[in-house]
Write a protein that binds this ligand. Structure first.
Ligand SMILES: [Zn+2]
Length: 205
């Protein structure tokens, strides 16, 4: 993963090692169809984008379809087993990037770590009020489930949905300020950690 905040599209290899022609994608040469694992290229670079929270969903989708088509194992019929394996590996890589870039929470998480923030394992901080609130809500959910109280479950679903919405708005606001300063990155980390608590509650419902 790129660690330099100023790297934008940086590391697309200039030339294909097989045919020596210039490459538009770090994943494959459009001229001779050589594939590259591009393991050290960020999800953003893979999609030819500058690292940013605000992305055009349609651009992401179209780029994904183009990439997926270009590297699909079917495009390499009768290829050596090695090429087949590489094609599968590169496809999995593109799928992972697509999933991350399309999901606002995963995208913020990825961007935060890429731009110097801590991971969820490194910084588990969750605001005390979020902890007490989720604890209370969890009890209410369990009670409502135990007594099959559909009305309460509906109300809880709406309440937790709203909390997710509000937290995501906070995530977006902070993620747009990245790389920001350490205070900003820690605040985003705490929001993303809180989001996991709320998402877990939503799964219970
Ligand atoms: Zn080539």
């Amino acid at each position: 993963m790129a660690s330099n905040a100023n790297t934008s599209r940086g590391t697309v290899p200039a030339k294909c090692v097989s045919c020596d022609r210039s490459m538009d994608s770090p994943l494959f040469c459009a001229h001779c169809r050589t594939l590259y694992p591009a393991d050290d290229v960020s999800h953003f670079e893979l999609f030819g984008l500058d690292p940013s929270y605000d992305l055009d969903a349609e651009v992401i989708r179209r780029t994904y379809l183009n990439l997926a088509r270009a590297i699909h194992p079917d495009r390499f019929p009768r290829a050596a087993e090695e090429v087949e394996r590489l094609s599968e590996r590169v496809s999995a890589r593109v799928n992972r990037a697509f999933q991350t870039l399309s999901d606002p929470v995963l995208r913020a998480e990825y961007l935060l770590e890429m731009l110097g923030g801590k991971s969820a394992t490194q910084d588990k901080n969750v605001p005390a009020e979020v902890l007490s609130q989720t604890l209370m809500l969890r009890e209410e959910i369990e009670e409502a489930k135990a007594s099959d109280d559909q009305e309460s479950l509906g109300r809880l679903r709406a309440q937790v949905g709203k909390l997710c919405e509000q937290t995501l708005a906070g995530v977006a606001e902070l993620a747009r300020r990245l790389p920001g300063d350490e205070v900003c990155r820690q605040a985003l980390r705490a929001k993303l950690n809180s989001m996991k608590y709320y998402q877990k509650l939503l799964e219970q419902l």
